[in-house]
Design a protein around this ligand. Sequence first.
Ligand SMILES: Cc1cc2nc3c(=O)[nH]c(=O)nc-3n(C[C@H](O)[C@H](O)[C@H](O)COP(=O)(O)O)c2cc1C
Length: 284
Amino acid sequence: MRIFNASGCLDALAAPEVARRLDAFVTKTVTPLPREGNAPPRIAETAHGMLNAIGLANPGRERFLADHLPRLRELGIPLWVSVGGFCADDYAETCAALADVEAIELNLSCPNVDEAADSAAEIVAACRRATDLPLYAKLSAAHPDVAEVARAVAAARADGLSLINTLRAVALDKHLRPVLARGSGGLSGPSLKPVALHAVFVCHEATSLPIVGMGGIESGRDALEFVACGARDVALGTVLFADPGAPARVRSELATACAEAGVANPADKTGLPKSPETGAKVPA
Ligand SMILES: Cc1cc2nc3c(=O)[nH]c(=O)nc-3n(C[C@H](O)[C@H](O)[C@H](O)COP(=O)(O)O)c2cc1C
């Protein structure tokens, strides 16, 4: 099991010592043109997790390739580039411009932008034609049947899945106005974990693709639960804002979590036999 950061939750150039504790660094989503993102306030703490409406703020493809990527390479760690856009060509053109990175994560699921993207499978198919690099499709659990989307992107020749992105949510201030300027935002943190575990579980059952599991992981036990539901690797998101030492801590807690669960090796535990939908046993 490898440990990554979740896209948008770590600035590796500002905190290289945190990035170096990861098995790979995943960039914030890059779009063809620069984006300022949404107006502030665009981050809020709630009793149930973090809300963000960053809106894919990023320097744009050209500056990312010319300036950010070379500096990220100097860190000497494997890089995954998160790619976003508003039509299949946007994604495919960025994929075609990338070389010498470990993988590309296609952000097919940002809740904080208005533009409708083409279908997930259409985007994956266009990117497949544009690159031989491994393509991970990052999906949202907001779809009524995430396993169906997983099957569609597998058929379009994605190499893996990243599960899950934030879920659309609202928080109100004391005057009953939304705390975020945009109104709604993406909910992340521990409250996402049961939803994410379910998505990993059903997508693992639906496809044979490797899965990077994320959503509220804070401890070695959390990471092990994702592996038990079918994830091969995990990513840490919101926890990194409060605890930059989380990568090393989660790794060290994993051994204890395995011992307590009676598991010799997390890889032995990958994937539970049947999904809740098929009426079989739900993970204990
Ligand atoms: C502040 C913030 C920014 C994010 N930016 C991105 C992004 O640019 N691209 C993306 O695919 N996901 C983005 N995400 C979603 C995370 O990568 C992750 O899927 C989600 O937060 C669930 O994991 P967590 O509960 O551990 O944070 C962002 C999340 C947060 C909190």
